[in-house]
Design a binder for this molecule. Sequence first.
Ligand code: UD1
Ligand code: UDP
Length: 375
Amino acid sequence: MSKTRIMTVFGTRPEAIKMIPVVHALRAQPSLDVRVCVTAQHRHMLDQVLEIGGVTPDIDLDLMRDAQSLDELGARLLAGLGPVFDAERPDRILVHGDTLTTMMASMAAYFRQIPVGHVEAGLRSGDIYHPWPEEINRRVTATIADLNFAPTQRAAQALRAENVAPASIHVTGNTVIDALLTTRDQIAAEPALAAALMPVLARFAGKRIVAVTSHRRENFGDGMAAIADAIVRIAVREDVAVVFPVHPNPQVRGPMQHALGDHPRIALIDPLDYPCFVALLDAATLVLTDSGGVQEEAPSFGKPVLVMRTTTERPEGIAAGTALLVGTDADRMVAETIKLLDDADAYAAMARAHNPFGDGHAARRISEITANAHR
Ligand code: UD1
Ligand code: UDP
C-alpha cells in the first residue's frame, strides 16, 4: 500500500519551534511519507531552529528579503508554493498558527483542492488589528482546513462559534510545550547547550533579570517607543538587569538600538537559539513580552508574564493568573514591573508553575489523528 504524502509548510522561527515536534512525530507513523517545505519567510532565525531541531528541509524557497512588506511577501509565498504543490502532489499539507506563510500555503493548497491541517487552530482575540495581520491569517486558514488542531478547549469553542465543522476540531494541547519540555530536559542533560547565554548572565550576576522580547507589527512606532521608555525606567534600578534578544526586523532593531544601545544594565543581544532562550526564561525573575509563544512558555517555569499588548488571543494565561495584560503605556508597564519586583505577595500570586496550554504530548496526538484521517 502506498504511503500518504504529508507536506509540512512553515517559514518563521515560532512555526519551526512548534512544528519540529510534529515533523518528528509524523515520521514515526509508518503509514506517512513526510516532506518538509520551508518558505524561509525568516532566514537566520529559522535556520537556528532547524539545525538544533535536527530537521533538514526537503524544499527551501528562501523567500526572506530585508524589510519585506506584507503584500510583496504574500505574493512571493503564493507564487513560490503553488509550483511546489504541483510538483510534489501532497495528499495533505500541515500548516501552523498565524503567519503569512500559514495563510498563503493554505490558499495555494485550496486552489489545488489539497486538504489542509491547521496546527494551533482557534486562537482568537476578536480584533482584526490585534494581532495584525495574524487574526485574519488564522481565520482564513480555519475556513480552509478540514483538520483543526486546537490547543485548548477555549480555542475549540472559538472554532465552533464560527461554524467550523465540529468533526474537524481536535483538542491536542500546544506543541510549544512539547518543544519546551524536551529542550529543558536536553539542557539539564547537557548544560553546554545554553553556554552562549552564560556570559550575559555572568555580567549581571546578583541582579534580578527581566527578560524582554518584542516584535508585533501593531506595536511599531509609538508602541516600540513606549516599550523602550519603560525599559530605561525599569533599568534605573541597580538591582535589576534587562536582557533583551532583539528581533531582527528593522522596525524593531533600529528603534531599540537607538534608545537602549548603551546602558550598563541593559543587554541588547542577537536572537538567542532556542536552548539559550529557554535558559533565559529559567534565569529570569519576570518576562515582559508581546510574543505569542513566550506567553505560552513562561508559565511552565512559573515566571510572571507582563503582556505588552491591549488584547491577547491566548487568554488562558491571564485566566490562570500567570500573565497580565499591561498594554503599551510606559507608566503601566513600569508600575506593574516594580510591583512584581517589590511586592513578594504580588509576585507569588503570579509565579505559579502551571501551564494551561498543553501537557507535552500534542505532537503525538496530531500525528495519530493525521494518520487516521487517511486510513
Ligand atoms: C513574522 C510573522 C509574525 C510572527 C513573527 C515571529 C507575518 C506577517 N508575521 O513577523 O506573525 O509572530 O514572524 O517572529 O507572518 N528578519 C531578518 N532575519 C530573520 C527574520 C527576519 O533579518 O531571520 C527581518 C527581515 O528584514 C524581514 C523582517 O525581519 O524582512 C520581517 O520579517 P517578517 O517575517 O515579514 O515579519 P516578522 O515581524 O518577523
Ligand atoms: N525565542 C527564541 N529566541 C529568542 C526569542 C524567542 O528562540 O531570542 C523563541 C521563544 O521561546 C518562542 C518563540 O521564539 O518559542 C517566539 O517567537 P516570536 O516571539 O518571534 O513569535 P510569536 O510567538 O509572537 O509568533
